[in-house]
Write a protein that binds this ligand. Structure first.
Ligand code: BGC
Length: 247
């Protein structure tokens, strides 16, 4: 049985893929990214994922896919940063039939968490660890030691008169042109709210902006230790492939 599995990360702005060695967590192909098609309907997204399979010349039989929504028992249940027509779709079936490969879909932040659990900062952690992906939205993955509690959706917690991801996602920083000081202070308020509710042992920040933690960590005034995801914005594809390898 091959350890090499294609991991895909469907995001609000781009759809990324790479072939992953699911034993080491390393990328063994280049990482290819194609812009998310507007509108990001099931057929359009399926078309982009099949282009990725072709570009990467992937001949394996299994694909793991991280998806930016609640995915419960293979069914897409929400659609905040993706077309509403996804709601109710059997995503495992759609991708498996469309790509003629065995595909398993999970929430994108849960996928990133699985990467960190197996190859990064969550390994050996005691207590609760919360990973947040700061991108178009805010995704969350919560672990009690090595046990994932899936689909936590902390980016949708009501916060400051709106929901958290509309207050402090990376997209909000970019579109409102917030300085790292202002945005970092917003993020700090949000982390402190999560800290109060869950008393985690650590927060892990993922998404592209986690690479720049040094620019805003001085504004994060909470007691819980904060780390950048070791796999940075590759965590989603690595974790999706790892998830498929264990399915
Ligand atoms: C979605 C989550 C997703 C996150 C990051 C949120 O808007 O509701 O399911 O994990 O964006 O993509």
């Amino acid at each position: 049985m091959s350890n090499l599995i294609l991991g895909i990360d469907v995001g609000g702005t781009g759809i990324k893929g790479a072939i992953i060695d699911t034993v080491t967590g390393e990328l063994i192909s280049e990482r290819v990214k194609i812009p998310t098609p507007p509108p990001a309907t099931p057929n359009q997204v399926l078309e982009v994922v099949s282009q990725l399979v072709e570009i990467l010349e992937y001949e394996g039989s299994k694909i793991g896919i991280g998806f930016p929504a609640v995915v419960k028992d293979g069914i897409c249940c929400t659609a905040s940063n993706i077309d509403k027509s996804w709601i109710g779709v059997d995503v495992n079936k759609l991708f498996s039939e469309g790509l003629k490969k065995d595909c398993k879909v999970l929430n994108d932040a849960d996928a990133a968490g699985i990467a960190e659990l197996n190859f990064g900062n969550i390994a050996n952690s005691q207590g609760i660890t919360i990973l947040l992906t700061l991108g178009t939205g805010i995704g969350s993955a919560m672990f009690l030691q090595d046990q994932l509690i899936p689909n936590t959706e902390f980016g949708h917690l009501k916060f400051n008169g709106t929901i958290a991801e509309k207050y402090t996602s990376n997209k909000v920083r970019e579109t409102k042109d917030l300085s790292y000081k202002v945005w970092g202070s917003r993020l700090s308020e949000y982390l402190s709210h999560l800290e109060m509710i869950f008393s985690p042992s650590a927060f892990i920040l993922g998404g592209g902006v986690s690479k720049k933690l040094h620019k805003y960590e001085q504004y994060l005034k909470i007691d819980t230790p904060i780390y950048a995801a070791t796999k940075l914005n590759n965590a989603g594809i690595i974790g999706a492939a790892k998830y498929m390898s264990q399915a």
